[in-house]
Write a protein that binds this ligand. Structure first.
Ligand SMILES: CCCN1C[C@@H](O)[C@H](O)[C@@H](C(=O)O)C1
Length: 600
């Protein structure tokens, strides 16, 4: 049970949310002396730093771009006397990877995990009618006890350096929006909705979690702002007659309005858009509202030039426009939960999301992409760090499901990306993760995880935990690439027939397949890294997918080129994008558009 509310901030007659995005003060702390020097009160000689954004790509020196260790942020906020009777919280969409939050010099909360909200109650520390100082002490070191996994090395000049076990740059900072929230002492802390379809009608089961005992009301309004249902009590069900269902590519959102009353006096109010739909695995099908859906789309990253992993409404808008243009209907939040605004917009646009926790790098390798599939085994789940890793993994799963459970766009939870899954220890570990996750989702959405090639059907001990299976496969790239493409196809077919012979009668989704492709490279006949090869590779994969009826989705890796740690296999980042990093199409985009528009 979380000891804070993850509800997204909103303003109304009972509560206020003030956005604190903008230019903050900032300071690296390579000697880790900030605390003893009192930086929690005020940063000495600070520089400026945009929030939200990653700090790395603003700088022109390697020391700053690649900084690993402690770093600090500061901002000042005027807090009006009118809020004196309210409860006050400061809410960060995330702070990567861990943080302590100070208000006027007092520590108000700490948080482990860089991709879910950090919420601090600051009521007892603020000065009403005055300027208040908020300071964040953050750290972006990687280890095998926190998510995502990696290592931290020390260079000969004493600088720390992040060594990720994953293939994306270790961007860090306050990368999502920050809010100051003022709400009543007795307030709505969370809510739950679940749905039953009944002919043309729908039953909406709701539960409203408050921190008091006063009466509660629940109302539903349609898109014309007409009230369509109402009820009282913290838990109940309402029937919506002739319900407008939320569907993929055809969103319909009702407004749920929840209130706490003292007689006729309003105490608190919270409202949120909800979409009436059901998600179910039925045999080999993924069903939305009882109808099978084939997933077409991408593994993505929150990644863009200059701002790194920082949230941007502009990038979000361009990405959705490109995904609509190409005929996609789904994306996986690889390899971490994204900013809430991505889910809000997917709700609006009728996109499907596989929501993934940052459980990536659970296979000790700084080139996991190269080692996965080679049979390399590092006994990752047989180390003394596992108990702490399990604790942090369970926390991240809970925070992700509690945060995202009411989005109609979220249709499944991915509880890992490419860990070792062939040992008894990994089975024991993930059995605990899946068991815990299944207690957290009131809508009982399907649970899954993305398996890399070492997780072959005869070796893998964890696919049995999944409601549908996600495969990351690179036959024709990491395995038998280029001139061996014809053999890659044969090897792929052999594996697929092994899965078929298991007769699992559940859906499979390819959550990764792709090739690094330089947008400028053309070659006839093709070679690897050319656009022509990316198209040939995709054609081979599609020909295999189409042979197996249990394949119910194809999410290409990746939507766009993205930044990674530098190395001999990365050309200023990962180039497997169907779009380049500034979202212009490679020729494969037109191949996909043609296929996906015909698959409707
Ligand atoms: C088997 C490798 C898994 N996959 C993980 C993803 O994060 C990487 O970016 C991708 C790649 O190498 O492009 C490979």
């Amino acid at each position: 049970m979380l000891n804070f509310s993850e509800l997204y901030p909103c303003s109304n007659q009972a509560r206020m949310a003030q956005l604190l995005d903008g230019m903050w003060k900032f300071r690296f702390d390579p000697e880790e002396k900030g605390l003893q020097e009192g930086w929690q009160h005020k940063l000495p000689d600070p520089i400026s730093m945009p929030v939200p954004a990653s700090f790395s790509d603003f700088f022109t020196t390697k020391e700053e771009r690649d900084f690993c260790g402690d770093f600090w942020y500061e901002t000042e906020v005027f807090i009006p006397r009118e809020w004196e009777k309210q409860e006050l919280e400061i809410r960060f969409g995330s702070i990567t990877h861990r943080a302590g939050v100070y208000c006027n010099g007092s520590l108000t909360t700490t948080h482990e995990g860089g991709f879910l909200p950090v919420v601090a109650r600051v009521t007892d520390h603020v000065k009403f009618g005055e300027i208040n100082t908020f300071i964040v002490k953050a750290n972006n070191e990687l280890n095998e006890e926190s998510l995502p996994c990696g290592a931290t090395m020390v260079l000969s000049d004493g600088r720390k350096l992040a060594r990720p076990y994953f293939d994306f740059f270790n961007y860090s900072g306050i990368q999502r929006s920050v809010w100051l929230v003022s709400k009543p002492g007795e307030s709505i802390e969370d809510f739950i909705v679940d749905y039953e379809l009944n002919g043309e009608d729908a039953i909406v089961h709701y539960q409203i979690i408050t921190n008091g005992n006063h009466d509660v009301s629940f109302e539903l309004y349609d898109e014309d702002k007409q009230q369509v249902a109402k009820s009282t009590g913290t838990k109940g069900s309402v029937t919506v007659s002739k319900a407008h269902l939320w569907n993929v590519g055809k969103a319909y959102l009702y407004q749920a309005v929840m209130r706490i009353w003292d007689g006729e006096t309003l105490i608190d109010e919270y409202s949120s858009k909800i979409g009436i739909r059901t998600v179910k695995i039925a045999g080999k099908e993924i069903q939305i509202n009882g109808k099978a859906v084939y997933l077409k789309g991408f593994g993505k990253h929150e990644d863009f030039e200059v701002i790194g992993r920082g949230f941007s409404w502009g990038v979000l808008k361009r990405d959705f426009e490109c995904m609509k243009w190409i005929g996609a209907n789904c994306f996986r939040t690889s390899h971490y939960p994204y900013a809430e605004e991505w889910y809000q917009f997917a709700d609006e646009e009728g996109f499907l999301i596989i929501d993934e926790v940052p459980a990536v790098g659970m296979m000790r390798s700084t080139r996991n992409f190269a080692d996965a599939g080679t049979g390399k085994f590092t006994r990752f789940f047989e180390t003394p760090t596992v108990p702490n890793l399990l604790k942090n993994h369970l926390q991240a799963v809970e925070e992700m499901i509690v945060r995202d459970k009411n989005h109609p766009s979220v249709i499944a939870w991915s509880l890992f990306n490419e860990p070792e899954t062939t040992s008894e220890e990994s089975k024991e570990y993930f059995t605990k993760i899946f068991a815990a996750a299944r207690t957290l989702d009131p809508q009982n959405r399907p649970m899954t995880g993305a398996f890399e090639k070492n997780s072959q059907p005869e070796l893998c001990k964890c696919y049995q935990l999944c409601d549908f299976i996600c495969l990351n496969r690179y036959y024709g790239w990491y395995i038998k690439g280029g001139p061996e493409l014809v053999d890659a196809r044969e090897a792929f077919l052999i594996e697929m027939n092994k899965w078929k012979d298991k007769n699992l009668n559940i859906p499979f989704v390819f959550t990764e397949f792709g090739t690094d492709t330089m947008a400028a490279e053309h070659k006839l006949p093709s070679i690897m890294w050319s656009q022509e090869y990316q198209n040939e590779y995709l054609d081979m994969n599609f020909e295999i997918f189409d042979q197996f009826e249990f394949v119910q989705g194809e999410l290409v890796w990746n939507f766009a080129d993205f930044q990674t740690t530098e190395g001999i296999m990365r050309v200023n980042g990962n180039k497997k994008g169907i779009f380049n990093r500034v979202r212009q199409p490679k020729s494969a985009a037109f191949v996909l558009k043609k296929r996906w528009e015909s698959l409707d």
